[in-house]
Design a protein around this ligand. Structure first.
Ligand code: G
Ligand code: G
Ligand code: MN
Ligand code: NA
Length: 254
């Protein structure tokens, strides 16, 4: 198909690039992490949103080489920031089901770290529950290999699906990213407050660190601070931005 050929071109002809969204410590406001988000600059159509090409990449299997490119590029950029003398921050990379099911995935991760002389503690892999629930036994084995390397694993979009609780029970995550849909109606909506509070205490009980996604307002921040949510990410701090803008933001907190 044409789309598949174009996406293949995108990977090989250098049309992909990454934007980065800061994650901040709720108590101090300091940047502690950066999520890498892939973008496609199509030669004719311009910027194509990931929501329209990631699903095609997943269906066609192109997500494997695409994801490998993202992993290496994100580690390269994290190395750059450290070389600039900026405060080290975690770099978070999204991983899809087909990547996670690739038996070579853990060695690809190890190679990306080595090539960029990046300590494993600075890399975080974000997976959704659907990534691990598809083939639980294999996913668990992969997670154990990745944890042995020393990378952090987070469950992404937590609360957006239907089996998130089962995923928490079965898999050794380090971190929980609370979905934007649970944050949106805070703090005005009583049900939203009850659910977000419960998710934050659940994370604490399970000894997972917890990050709220899609934070846009001061009122949401006040709630999260009171509820002892550790980190936040969203337009309140920054939209996804080019690497130079992240350098500037990190410079500001030296
Ligand atoms: O904010 P944005 O429009 O960039 O993100 C849209 C979606 O694309 C998000 O759900 C995000 O998880 C996904 N996404 C962004 N970058 C990557 C990537 O490198 N790999 C995978 N698998 N998904 C990504
Ligand atoms: O699924 P994942 O969480 O990996 O993707 C992040 C997506 O959420 C990106 O498309 C990003 O642009 C978007 N996003 C990030 N922060 C906010 C926010 O504060 N509000 C809204 N509406 N979207 C956000
Ligand atoms: Mn994510
Ligand atoms: Na998310």
């Amino acid at each position: 198909r044409g789309e598949q050929e174009e996406l293949h071109q995108a990977i090989t002809a250098d049309q992909l690039f990454l934007e980065y969204q800061p994650q901040v410590d709720v108590a101090t406001g300091r940047i502690t992490g950066i999520e890498a988000l892939v973008r496609w600059n199509h030669p004719a159509k311009g910027r194509v949103p990931p929501a329209s090409f990631i699903p095609i990449a997943e269906e066609t299997g192109l997500i494997v080489p695409l994801g490998l490119w993202v992993l290496n590029e994100a580690c390269r950029q994290a190395r750059n920031w450290q070389d600039m003398g900026l405060t080290p921050v975690t770099i978070a990379v999204n991983v899809s089901a087909k990547q996670f099911a690739d038996p070579d995935f853990a060695s690809h991760v190890a190679e990306a770290l080595e090539r960029n002389r990046l300590q494993s503690r600075w890399l975080e892999l974000e997976v959704t529950e659907s990534v691990v629930m598809q083939d639980a036994e294999r996913a668990l084995a992969m997670m154990e290999q990745l944890r042995a390397l020393g990378v952090r694993l987070s469950i992404d979009d937590f609360g957006s699906g239907y089996s998130s609780l089962a995923a928490l029970k079965t898999f050794p995550f380090d971190r929980l990213k609370m979905d934007r849909s649970l944050v949106e109606a805070l703090p005005g909506d009583k049900t939203a407050v009850a659910i977000a509070s419960a998710v934050i205490s659940l994370a604490q009980t399970l000894k997972l660190s917890v990050l709220a996604e899609g934070v846009e307002t001061d009122a949401q921040m006040d709630f999260l601070r009171q509820a002892r949510c550790e980190e936040a990410q969203g337009y309140r701090f920054s939209k996804p931005v080019p690497p130079e803008e992240v350098s500037r933001l990190l410079q500001g907190q030296l």
